[in-house]
Design a protein around this ligand. Structure first.
Ligand SMILES: [Fe+2]
Ligand SMILES: [Fe+2]
Length: 274
């Protein structure tokens, strides 16, 4: 049997990219246990335990792959679900959601640089301030706000990162293709420098496209299917991908993304026999 060949690469930077944790939702990752100011314990459901275990597995991969930076691409917190009067929340208290977010992220970001971006306006719930920034500040991270153009030095590669606002009714690849094409157009018109990678969250599903001189990374999430007015319109389409991506930048300045996807627990819609 022929010996498998391996490609040797010297990793210069290792960045974990995660998005859409939606802390505060009953369908999302949460602390293993959390005590409210009144002394009540919030205990995860079995679906949430599964998400928490997957998050720990992802953390172990980050250790193995020597991640130096964690980037959180928005929707860190779920907010108050104002449209549905708080349905589906573990707590509507934003101070508690902030503390829960810090508790979940702390082990992953320990000894690493943390970069965070804001998520969908709806989940902020509070006008004029962003509770997601409080999570970032609580972990001494760097807050990039709604948009980041980031070089992970000494790499020369430029990452354009935001949470994502747009949606594709059917093909998310179309959305990505549009953004990649327009980034080349803006570069050709002298409006933008060359963008080497576009990173987005928001769609709760994973995709990596690599074309000539540009990557598009659509990050998975940490929330199971949540029944809402929007997601129940297309039940199958809104089944999410759970996980994160570790991006390596090597000594040849290649961008090498490694995706880690985990089983999605059924929290809503368990099959029942009647
Ligand atoms: Fe989200
Ligand atoms: Fe979002």
């Amino acid at each position: 049997m022929k010996k498998a060949k391996s490609i040797k690469t010297e990793v210069v930077r290792s960045i974990a990219m995660i998005s859409d944790l939606h802390i505060g939702s009953r369908y999302a990752i949460c602390p293993d246990k959390f005590k409210t100011a009144e002394g009540q314990w919030l205990i995860p459901s079995s679906g949430q335990v599964s998400l928490n275990n997957s998050f720990r597995e992802f953390g172990a991969e980050c250790d193995k792959l020597k991640v130096d930076t964690v980037l959180v691409d928005g929707d860190m917190l779920h907010g108050q679900n104002v449209m549905e009067n708080g349905v589906g929340l573990s707590t509507s208290n934003m101070d508690e959601q902030i503390d829960m977010g810090i508790t979940v992220l702390r082990p992953l970001v320990k000894g690493r640089k943390l970069l965070m971006l804001s998520g969908s306006g709806y989940h902020k719930s509070v006008r004029g301030m962003n509770p997601e920034k409080c999570v970032c500040d609580g972990l001494s991270g760097t807050w990039l706000g709604p948009l980041g153009n980031v070089r992970f030095t000494p790499s020369k590669r430029l990452f354009n990162v935001h949470h994502g606002q747009s949606a594709a009714f059917i093909y998310k690849e179309m959305l990505a293709g549009r953004e990649m094409m327009f980034s080349k157009w803006a570069q050709g018109s002298g409006k933008l420098p060359e963008i080497d990678a576009i990173v987005r969250g928001h769609l709760h599903s994973f995709m990596h496209l690599h074309e000539n001189r540009i990557h598009y990374l659509q990050l998975p999430c940490w929330i199971a299917f949540e029944p809402s007015k929007i997601t129940l319109k297309l039940y199958s389409k809104f089944q999410p991908d759970i996980g994160g991506v570790i991006v390596h930048l090597d000594s040849s300045d290649r961008i090498i993304p490694w995706h880690f996807l985990y089983p999605c627990p059924t929290i809503a819609g368990e099959i029942s026999e009647q």
